[in-house]
Design a protein around this ligand. Sequence first.
Ligand code: GDP
Ligand code: CA
Length: 335
Amino acid sequence: MQITVLAGGVGGSRFVRGVREECARRWPDGEGGTEASVTVVVNTGDDLWLAGVRLMPDFDSLLYSLAGVNDTERGWGRAGETERVAAELREWGVGWPWFTLGDLDLGTHLARTAWLRGGLTPSEVAHRLQRRWPLGVQLIPATDAEVDTHVRVADPDELGGEREMHFQEWWTRYRATLPALAFRQRDLESARPAPGVVEAIVGADVVLVAPSNPVVSIGTITAIPGIREALAETSAPVVGVSPIIGGKVVRGMADACLTAIGVATTAEAVGRHYGARSGGGLLDAWLVDDADTPALEALEGVGLHAASAPLWMHDLDTSAALAGAAIDLGRQLQR
Ligand code: GDP
Ligand code: CA
């Protein structure tokens, strides 16, 4: 059973932990001759160079969370983190004073940057970083190209009335409160999927689209030339899970991204935005929360197999149950 997941950081991590847990419960190693193998295609649109090091925030969220070394209270970064180096960097005026790099986290960024400088590609570096902990899944950055997302915002003080900033500045410094005019991934046209990405999608038994940010996580992954084509080509069912429950984003500020691209913050609107594969879109099936059952009929109307389940991932059990519901929806379509 090959399961391939497209994922961003926080929603992606919770979901992938659920997929890993559900697979371990359903297909314990060696029993019944079936084993599950899980590959995660990770968003790279949030990546950036800062203070001389390469940051890959969504990849690291998944890495730390799957390794069990993440800070569960804060919801991001390493557990037991300290910030002595960040304080020094602030004194030197290096980096962004509003973007704290923890000491343990900086260790990861330094290792990554050293390997990149030594000639490894980002996906080779990702492979090395994963060797430290038994994750039980394989993480692959969506692309080896640098496709860092920039946000165009209105600014009356600038020539032309607009300016552009890195996504992280818009997201973290301004908490996504500056109305975004557009998102742009740099050098996207020349980007290619990282080695193994197309194979993971085309060779899957089920492809799952995590409940991640539809614009700057899933939107970036599927905008990389070659990935949408692989999704169109795969014989595996493609099942998406809504990151929107009852008209709310659950966690974070993804609604600001949806508003910027003219998509309403509802499970139905995001399902329509992704679209049915039968009509040139991304998905065969769309899983919404039980609170959103009134949308099922309209979603079926646009060619999606729509179903509902509890979509709140409160803990490992609820995440695993959600993963199970998504896998089952895919298997129904296989038959
Ligand atoms: P980021 O990269 O850290 O922004 O994380 P992602 O791109 O993976 O997704 C963030 C989105 O995940 C949030 O805006 C929510 O819409 C969604 N999300 C977070 N927790 C849950 C949950 O428990 N259930 C569902 N269905 N969606 C969630
Ligand atoms: Ca992210």
